[in-house]
Design a protein around this ligand. Sequence first.
Ligand code: FES
Length: 577
Amino acid sequence: MGKVRIASRSELDQPGCRVYQVDGHTLALFQTEAGLFAVDNRCPHMGFPLDRGSVKDGILTCHWHHARFDLATGGAFDLFADDVPAYPVFVEGEEVFVDLSPTRDPERYSRKRLRDGLEQNLRLVVAKAVINLVQPEIPATAVAPFTIGLTFGSQYRAGGWAMGQTINTCMLNLLPHLQTVDRPVALYQGLTAVARDTEGMAPRFAIEPLPGPTVDFLTLKRWFRQFVEVRDGEGAERCLATAIQAGADAGHIGEMLFAAATDHRYLTIGHVADFTNKALEALDQVGWEHASTVLPSLLPSYVNATRMEERNEWRHPIDLAVILQIAFEKIPAALDAGRAKNGAVYPLARSAPTLLSDNPQAIVDLLLHMLADGVAPQDLAQHVSYAAGRRIVHFHTANEFGDWDTVLHTFTYANAIQQGLRRVGSPELLRGVFDAALSVYLDRFLNIPAAPLPEVGPTGDEPAALLTAFSQLLDERYQVNQAGRLVAQFLSNGGQAEALMATIGHALLREDPDFHTIQTVETAFSQYRLLQGQPEAEHMLIAAARYLAAHAPTPRAQNQTYQIALRLHRGEKVFEG
Ligand code: FES
């Protein structure tokens, strides 16, 4: 599309603005002392008609939120608004023409606007960029915008990897479980979390690898752990950067990180291991060429970590740190004995009573016994993750509200260690399984009295109707037990877990979900997948539903912003009257 006639010269006898419909465009043609200017008549912020704006000194002001634009180029002076498309105007004889040729590459412009949104923490801008960049039916199209957020978050937060990056990665992990229409919403929620987390923060300056000949990996790993031990972030980062530059593979890098992440007990209520797992999962999706940008951002969490053996509850009245230290010394022998047994299979129902008991010595003894009996490390971790999930299933609503976080932290930590063991078969990481098991033990009073597992049998209710009832239920506050029961009823009536996860995901995304609720749902879905085919799998979905119900409804402001962006994208009117 090029030059198009818009008006006769004789029509433009007075200064001001006139609106023309030309080849599918609605143009505002301004006649000023400086000449004729044509712009799209829709304010690129939220669609207000720009012919109702004001022009002064070459600046067009929209009167809804007062965004200002250079009338000649359309460039916005306020970053919350996009540039308005501006079209060159020509007068030839008695006729006035505009050139409607596109002036920008839409994809490139959307990537730039995504960065603007991240830099300025503008969620409407992020939402618009995501809608333009992602094709919901092709989940792979989410990777490019996710990567922009991942690398941005790694570079622009001196405090390193935190909630925003974790939420962003959780959201990417959730995509396969979601309805098509919800996939961009998830990405938007993740990217806006990065924007919030980096707002006002100092950037992080990367430390270069060691110069000269490469130090061998085992030395770098040993040095790395020593530097983390004495909380020396610079030394630790240089070791990590050197290992990455030397081409250490994902397994070795994971081994190095997880060894340090389990050198002390349950670091920062599990966040260090969880952040590490999420960073590695993110790299799996975007490519390990981003490792040198992303992974060093983890180190502040390592060197500033709270070591739980320094906390009273881990030392008194029972010294759990001592119980664990003795157990750790027995792990090599247990592994040796287990190798000869060739992979024993333990049902979850057999380990759960002890793992949920009030006897920490019996718990670590069981874990050692299972290892010696041939249970593989990652399978052992599965038993502990399941027990941690059961704490959420049995969490009683009489507990203080903040204690939902306590059971969630153990659950995400157990899952992170399990995922780590699936990636790295290191005996060092096995210590995390024992730590997680004793954190499950410490959470025992949050199950007293225990909320019962919903006991339901098949009824005549249609599964689809139960899903609708579930969504409606979460419009009311704190429907925890009812939500768990509806999930159990849905599954008992033959409902498909995939449909249930999509419904839970949708219910999550319509809220202003907090960090912990996102973590719980993502972890529960991940655990469901690992347990799929076993009767205990559905307990993970009950856990997700209960936790979400405890934290809903919220004002739902974030989703409202996304819906505005979607309406604007469709060309609908947001401003009426
Ligand atoms: S500034 Fe124009 S619609 Fe908001």
